[in-house]
Design a protein around this ligand. Structure first.
Ligand SMILES: [Cu+2]
Length: 210
């Protein structure tokens, strides 16, 4: 075979094997949508008061009957004026001494790593625990409280699942990544724990889907 033809064929084969998207993310580290979350669960984590920051807050993650997604409700107050804060679920609980640096890295069961930064338009390619990466950073004007409520499709509420967070922690970071404060999740209602729960959204969703 002619050498230039061979070279161009090789080039074509290489080009065809290249991913077509611009994100350099390996698809094998993408997070699958968790479809087997069990109703009903409630997990809550408050932030520990810390002498070196004004930041306080809490996060509640609960399951719905109408969707496999978990419902996240987060509030963060005391944000220094002009700052935004990152917040994540980390892969280890806060140790007894309260040191937020003892919580390890982010919850990242599929090994994606922190680089490149999470692309908010493709949350399935982000670390599972990178909540502010997937849903937006915390910001509020002076004296006000940041609040956000959203659906999380990649967290699991069943102990033992790869993306289970119920025995872990969350950490709030300064813009320079310093860990300001943190807190451990507590199981308020374990998955499958409450038998008599009514989800008012169910009817609305059923009508919308019909
Ligand atoms: Cu973090």
């Amino acid at each position: 075979m002619h050498l230039t033809l061979l070279t161009s064929l090789l080039g074509l084969a290489l080009a065809m094997s290249m991913p077509t998207c611009t994100a350099a993310q390996n698809t094998s580290t993408n997070a699958p949508v968790v479809t087997d979350n069990e109703p009903v669960s409630v997990h809550h984590a408050s932030l520990l008061p810390k002498a070196n920051t004004t930041v306080y807050g809490g996060i509640t993650i609960s399951s719905r009957l109408s969707s496999p997604a978990l419902a996240v409700d987060v509030y963060i107050g005391g944000i220094p004026e002009g700052q935004f804060l990152y917040y994540h679920i980390h892969r280890a609980p806060v140790p007894a001494d309260g040191n937020c640096y003892g919580t390890g890295a982010h919850l990242d069961p599929y090994g994606r790593g922190q680089q490149p930064p999470c692309n908010i338009t493709a949350p399935n390619t982000c670390e599972v625990g990178d909540l502010s990466g997937k849903h937006g950073v915390a910001w509020a004007p002076s004296g006000e409280v940041f609040r956000a409520s959203y659906s999380e499709f990649f967290l699991a509420n069943t102990p033992g699942a790869a993306a289970y967070f119920g025995d872990l922690s969350w950490v709030v970071h300064a813009p320079n990544s310093d860990r300001l404060t943190c807190g451990n999740f507590e199981v308020v209602v374990p998955a499958g724990g409450a038998g008599d729960y009514e989800d008012e959204d169910d009817e609305v969703v059923a009508e919308w889907r019909a």
